[in-house]
Each structure stands twice: as C-alpha cells, then as structure tokens.
Design a protein around this ligand. Structure first.
Ligand SMILES: Cc1cc2nc3c(=O)[nH]c(=O)nc-3n(C[C@H](O)[C@H](O)[C@H](O)COP(=O)(O)OP(=O)(O)OC[C@H]3O[C@@H](n4cnc5c(N)ncnc54)[C@H](O)[C@@H]3O)c2cc1C
Length: 469
C-alpha cells in the first residue's frame, strides 16, 4: 500500500468533488479519468464554436453546501435561467404542469372523457399486486393517461416494456410531482393534495456545465491534485480487505498505481468485475446482472435563431425516434456563436449492443434530420452541420430485481475499509449532480475519520425539483 495517496477513479462531478475537497485540506490525490475530457456526464463538448451538454444540465439543489460550492467556483459566470419544458404529442404542445385549458385543447373532448373513464375504472379495479412501472402508473392515473403520457417516452428511454420496469422506480422518481396528477387535476378529477409547482428558474454556467467542473479541477490541481486523462482503470487490487492499488491502461501501456484509499465513480458493476483477486461467483453474477442505458446526442446546427422558447421538449410522439430535444441557446446564449445561430440536441437512448449505437455519425445525423422533418421546427435550408456525442452508461436501469443484485454487491464491498463508492454509476443510482457531489464530500469526511455514509444521500430527483412550500 502507498504511504498516503488517495486515488480517485473517474473525473465526473463526484470524482472532481473528492479531489477538490481533499485539495482544500492540503491532501494530495490522483484522479484517473479514462476520457480525454474532464466532467463525465457534465462535460460540455465543443464543435466549431457550438457547445453542447450530454443532455441539458440544470444546476438546482436544495443542499446549501453544494449551492455554495457552485457559486464560489463560478462567481459571476453562474447565470439564473428561466425554465420551460413541454411535452410534444400528436402535433401539440402540453405545458407541464398542465393547465385545464391546455389539457382539454390538447387532448380534445373525446380523449379527455376516455382519460376520465379509465381513471375511474383504475380506482375501482386496481391491478393487484402492483409489480411493474405500468401497474404503478395505471393504478394511479388510469390506463389511457398512462398510454398517452408515460408509456412511449418511458419505453424510448429504457428500451424495455414498462411491464419490466420496477414499480419502485416509479414510486421513487414520480412521487407527488406527477404528470398524471396534473392532468387529472386539469380535467377536474383526481384526489389528494394539490399538485406541486415546479421550480421556474435554475442556475447554469455561462459556457455550459463543463465550465463548472473544469474550473474546479483547475483549482484542485493548483493545490495538490494530479489529474491524469486517458487513464482507464482496468484493475483494482486488494489485500486483506484493503485496496492497495489500481492498474490503468494509458496509450497502450499498463501502469500500476499504489494507493492508500480508493474513491470509485466508475460503474459499480465494472468495479466489482475489476477487483483482483476476483470477487466470489455470486457477487460477479450480481454485477453482470446490472445494466445501464446509453445515450447518443445528435447535435444539429442551424443558421437561424431558436424557433421555440423551451429549454427542452419531451417527444411522446411514437413516430419520432428521438426521446427529447435540447435547445442549447435557450440554456445560455453563449452556447452558440453570436449572429443568429442555434443548435438542437436530439437524444437517442439505447444499449451498446443495439444497432443504433454502432451506426456511423453520418447515419445518425440522417435519422435526426428525418425526425426534424417530422417535427417541422426548422426549414431544411437553415441546416448547417451536425455532430454526434456518444455516452456509454448514462442511466442505471432499475429493472425488477436490481435491488437484490445491488444488495449482494454492497454487502461484499462493505468489507473494504478504504474503498468509497461514489456518484451516479459508482453507486448505481439514478441521481443528479448535486447528489453525486454530496457522495464525494461524505466519502472524504469518512476517509478523514467521521462516521458518515456516502450511500445515505437522498437521490429523489423529481421530489427535489418541487418548490419548497
Ligand atoms: C441526459 C442527462 C441529463 C441530466 N440532467 C441533469 C440535470 O439537469 N441536473 C443534474 O443535477 N443532473 C443531471 N443529470 C445527472 C448528472 O449528469 C449526474 O448525476 C452526474 O454527472 C454524475 O456524476 P458522476 O461523477 O457520479 O458520474 P459521471 O458524470 O458519469 O462521471 C464518471 C466518470 O468516470 C469515468 N470513468 C468511467 N469508467 C472509468 C474507468 N474505468 N477508469 C477511469 N475513469 C472512468 C467516466 O469517463 C466519467 O468521466 C443528467 C444526466 C443525464 C444522463
């Protein structure tokens, strides 16, 4: 084991927060990042003067410590932006939360009555037992509403039937703030408490989320953190329940780095599969059973200003393959060159063995252009160029039995006193960046001797978007 050298696997928000927090205490560390760019899912990719997110990233938190870090790091570069996101379905926009007039106009009288009848039916004859996402949603909102507003988008994102998605996931992500409740309220039915309003403004770095984490890394590097890009961790070595070092691949070479502590934000199942000596078979099987969904963003660039006011739009129409569209210039005008340009990120969700993942950039751009033609938001002659960003393992999949696998893995990993699992895929959590950063802060405090648990961070994202009452 190294005398004293904490090693951080992954240079996304969680890993960078660890290096930054350690540097503030004059503790040196080494960050190993397999990508050529820092920031993980929060990096900002640049192309000919245009900037894009991996999905739009709102900076919103109820955690004062994280908010203070953000404001301190970016100071005057941290903008407050208005939020607008709508749902696009059968050629119509639906506000979210829905207003009665908008819901009725969008759905029409016939569909609205069907929604009401199917809701009443679900209250009289609920599905029992409630196992899947479909059961959970249709029991609360009725089958018709589920079909219109939940099924298509959810299946685009997860690539599996809503019958196979766990009801836990719905309960955790949808909770009180539900589109379904909003629609039922708008139509004059539904029960329970009032629908919560959403936060109408959020923070955003002037030059995209990457700016936040690039600035944090610069500060950490000035105070003792060593950042190694293109360093892919391929092995995590342990002796007598202590991690003693990691092996990385960089530019075709294998290098071993001894460590005193290991913070891992690489995918939890990869960590398990890379432990040397190997984990017991049951733990390896649990690791192989956890799956992630990947994300392709096709960015189309236009010589025309953004035609819509939204930051992003959910596309529920099944004839369009993209699940969501990001209008970057509405996030920050500095995301596009000045002088009447705009860009749109078309988001496609897939597995890495899907044919979509392996299409060439040209083929993917063609699909996005077809989707655009279907939506009609721009004229063909305004199109300039396009570029593609692939992010492998963007969404941990909450499939029906994922909790059991997670338990097996966590039980086994808990024996390693100097190993800290942090972050979104490091903990296999569908979380936001403030949660990821918080896991990093707690892990550092634990390393320094406090009785705190990085797994205890609450990651109920939708809940966190509700306005405080
Ligand atoms: C489409 C989308 C939109 C989102 N929008 C928001 C939002 O609006 N607001 C919000 O707060 N959150 C949002 N999130 C969530 C946010 O992106 C994550 O919570 C956050 O980025 C997770 O940070 P992390 O450091 O845990 O993981 P990551 O950002 O995934 O970073 C992990 C890092 O580890 C590296 N790595 C992986 N394997 C290895 C290896 N073997 N060796 C070395 N390095 C490795 C990766 O390259 C990566 O850089 C969004 C996520 C997605 C997918």
């Amino acid at each position: 084991m190294a005398d004293f050298l904490p090693v951080v696997i992954g240079g996304g928000p969680a890993g960078i927060t660890v290096a930054h927090a350690l540097s503030e205490k004059q503790v040196p560390s080494v960050v190993l990042e397999k990508d050529k760019q820092i920031g993980g899912l929060c990096k900002t990719v640049q192309y000919n003067g245009f900037r894009c997110d991996i999905g739009g990233h709102r900076f919103f938190t109820k955690n004062k410590q994280i908010q203070n870090i953000w404001e301190n790091i970016l100071d005057g570069e941290f903008m407050t932006r208005p939020r607008l996101s709508r749902i696009y379905y059968q050629g119509k926009f639906f506000n979210y939360p829905l207003r009665a007039g908008n819901a009725l106009a969008g759905l029409g009288l016939v569909n609205s009555s069907r929604v009401i009848f199917s809701y009443l039916k679900s209250q009289l004859f609920p599905v029992n037992p409630e196992i899947s996402f479909e059961d959970w949603v249709s029991n609360r909102f009725g089958q018709k509403l589920y079909n219109i507003f939940f099924k298509t988008y959810t299946e685009k994102v997860w690539g599996i039937s809503c019958k196979e998605l766990s009801a836990d996931w719905a309960a955790q992500r949808i909770r009180n703030l539900s589109l379904g409740r909003a629609v039922l309220h708008a139509l004059g039915v539904g029960k329970g408490a009032k629908v919560a309003s959403l936060i109408e403004r959020f923070h955003y770095p002037r030059l995209g989320p990457g700016q936040m984490f690039e600035t944090m890394v610069e500060r950490a590097a000035r105070h003792g953190a060593e950042i190694r890009m293109n360093h892919n961790t391929v092995e995590v070595q342990h002796v007598k329940n202590q991690v003693t070092g990691v092996k990385v691949q960089t530019q075709g070479n294998g290098i071993s780095i001894p460590c005193s502590h290991c913070f891992s934000s690489m995918p939890l199942n990869e960590l398990v599969l890379k432990m040397q000596p190997l984990a017991p078979d049951a733990v390896l099987d649990a690791a192989r059973a956890l799956r992630y969904r990947s994300l392709i963003t096709v960015n189309l660039l236009f010589k025309k200003t953004t035609p819509l006011p939204d930051n992003w739009i959910y596309i529920h129409s099944p004839e369009v393959q993209a699940g969501r569209l990001q209008f970057y210039a509405n996030w920050s005008p500095y995301m596009v060159p000045s002088g009447g340009f705009s860009s749109v990120g078309f988001e496609y969700f897939c597995f890495e063995d899907d044919s979509l993942w392996n299409l060439s950039d040209g083929e993917l751009i063609k699909i996005a252009l077809q989707d655009l033609a279907c939506l009609g938001f721009y004229h063909e002659q305004d199109y300039l160029d396009g570029f593609v960003v692939r992010y492998s393992k963007a969404y941990p999949m909450y499939e029906n039995n994922y909790m059991e696998h997670l338990k097996v893995i966590r039980d086994w990993l808990s024996r390693f006193g100097n190993l800290y699992c942090i972050g979104r895929y490091g903990q296999f959590r569908y979380n936001n960046m403030d949660h990821s950063m918080m896991t990093g802060l707690l892990a550092v405090r634990r390393m320094l001797g406090e009785e705190v648990d990085p797994w205890s961070v609450n990651a109920e994202g939708e809940y966190l978007e509700e306005k405080a009452t």
